[in-house]
Design a protein. Structure first.
Length: 263
């Protein structure tokens, strides 16, 4: 017994150290080092300021969204080619300041400080952060008049991004517009995103317009919904103007009627 105790005093600590190292090695091999990665990440977070972490996360999220947009744009171009869409791509945007707006026509039109000398042409599309604003309806050398989609006389063909249900919107002189559906029972729910549709003759498809807020399925003569515009039309200061040439529709074939035979 005495010899065993003496032997343990000489070699016991070594045996414990070797056993511990073997156990740690076996554990790391089984977990593939996941524990060390978690430990490193936890220690690194302690030495990083909170603002740096938030900025890193925001930058990573931005890059992810940017990559998704590029991928979706490539897919969109492929689909447009397969569908034979002949619409011309939009040229680079032209920034324009809002320089005139009257109280009586606040929701109908506005004046921007860009005109024909800047390359603006009638029919150009006007956007703002958030979505569609309207289109250029009158130009001078140094200014342009914009008819807003919130104008009660304005009508735009639109559709729902999720279900592809189509209809048109009409302004209400506010940040909300009314959407009338072509279908009797459209697939629509609050929160659906509304964009311009291919049935619009004034705008290209896919421009963001707004979000569905409320729905009236029993409205006459067809279901309707209230759409909240995502562009800040009530407080515009700057807009972007893009030229757009809608695809030309072929002329209807002339009916060939046989000439009456002489009597």
């Amino acid at each position: 017994m005495y010899s065993l105790n003496r032997w343990w005093e000489q070699y016991g600590s070594r045996i414990l150290i070797v056993s511990t190292l073997l156990a740690i090695g076996w554990f790391l091999r089984q977990t593939q080092g996941a524990f060390l990665l978690e430990l490193y990440a936890s220690l690194a977070r302690l030495f990083q300021p909170q603002t740096a972490q938030e900025e890193w996360l925001m930058e990573a999220r931005f890059l992810e969204l940017q990559e998704r947009i590029i991928e979706l744009d490539q897919q969109n171009q492929q689909l447009r080619g397969l569908l034979g869409d002949t619409a011309q791509p939009l040229p680079p945007d032209l920034f324009a300041p809002v320089v005139g707006r009257t109280v009586n026509e606040w929701w109908q039109q506005t004046i921007v400080g860009r005109g024909s000398t800047d390359g603006v042409v009638e029919g150009s599309i006007v956007m703002a952060p958030g979505g569609l604003v309207g289109r250029v309806t009158q130009i001078t050398p140094h200014a342009s008049r914009i008819t807003l989609i919130s104008d009660p006389m304005s009508s735009v063909g639109v559709m729902l991004s999720r279900s592809r249900s189509q209809g048109y919107i009409r302004g209400q002189a506010s940040n909300q517009v009314v959407m009338r559906f072509f279908e009797k029972i459209p697939d629509v729910k609050p929160g659906d995103v509304v964009t311009t549709s291919s049935s619009s003759t004034l705008f290209p498809p896919g421009l963001p317009v707004g979000v569905i807020e409320t729905i009236q399925m029993k409205a006459s003569p067809s279901p309707q919904a209230i759409v909240r515009l995502t562009a800040p039309i009530s407080r515009l200061e700057w807009v972007t103007i893009s030229q757009y040439s809608p695809p030309q529709l072929p002329d209807p074939p002339k009916s060939s009627k046989p000439s009456p035979s002489p009597e």
